[in-house]
Design a protein around this ligand. Structure first.
Ligand code: ADP
Length: 229
């Protein structure tokens, strides 16, 4: 089995690409969904967050107020590090569990949808392929303004808080350019999918080779026995 890391920038079209990959039957693990799940009340990360950040960051329902927490870590880098130290091990454990689930189900590869894949760069070494969903800066800005109802300055500020797509582009082994229409993106996703399906999986290849060698050995043994007796 091998892993494929997928990322993008805000409004570059990652969700659009993931929807096509899921439609094609790919196993996709969404790190954002997991990040929300691991901070649910009574889980280990939740308790640690409340211990370190206090009850002011809780909603009336008892759940974590992500916006309040977000604005704390936005202005205080050491708090961001603390939050990451609490949540990242839990997120990675859950991702590993899901990867194992897909392995048991017989999937040859799993796509990990990780928003900050290229920023943190720590996970890329586990990936056989890394995919960036790219779009040109002007298109990214106008799609973000339209989707989130933001003015130009707000949208520019959000884009500026991320590593530029042109930088991430250099780090990816595969780029899907979503600057054009949806059909053009779909064609590129189909090509990527075909490449992943054809990609040699060394673990399975070795297991298959091992099984073939064992089978031939067995056959040889039976033939020898037949001719000797
Ligand atoms: P991300 O998940 O990277 O934030 P989305 O997939 O949500 O980005 O796309 C951002 C916005 O742009 C959405 O409103 C989406 O419908 C729109 N969009 C994405 N791809 C295209 C495209 N090729 N043509 C036109 N609009 C697009």
């Amino acid at each position: 089995m091998f892993l494929v890391g997928l990322s993008g920038g805000i409004a570059s079209g990652k969700s659009t690409v993931v929807a096509v990959l899921r439609e094609l039957g790919c196993a996709v693990i969404d790190a954002d969904v997991i990040a929300r799940e691991v901070v649910q009340p009574h889980l280990k990360a939740y308790q640690q967050i409340v211990r370190h950040f206090g009850t002011d960051i809780l909603l009336e329902s008892g759940e974590i107020n992500r916006e309040a927490l977000g604005s704390i870590i936005f202005s205080q880098p050491e708090k961001r590090q603390l939050l990451n130290a609490i949540t990242h091990p839990e997120i990675q454990k859950e991702m590993l569990k899901q990867v194992l689930k897909y392995f048991v189900l017989g999937y040859r590869y799993v796509i990990l949808d990780i928003p900050l894949l290229f920023e943190t760069n720590r996970l890329t070494k586990f990936m056989k392929h890394t995919v960036l969903v790219y779009c040109d800066p002007q298109t990214q800005l106008s799609r973000l303004m339209k989707r989130n109802g933001l003015c130009q300055a707000e949208a520019e500020a959000r884009i500026a808080s991320q590593l530029p797509l042109d930088e991430k582009r250099k780090l990816a082994s595969h780029v899907i350019d979503n600057s054009g229409d949806r059909e053009s993106t779909r064609r590129q996703v189909l090509r990527l999918h075909a490449r992943l399906e054809d990609s040699l999986d060394f673990l399975w290849a070795r297991l298959a080779l091992g099984a073939a060698v064992a089978g031939l050995g067995g056959l040889l043994y039976l033939l020898l026995q037949h001719f000797i007796s």
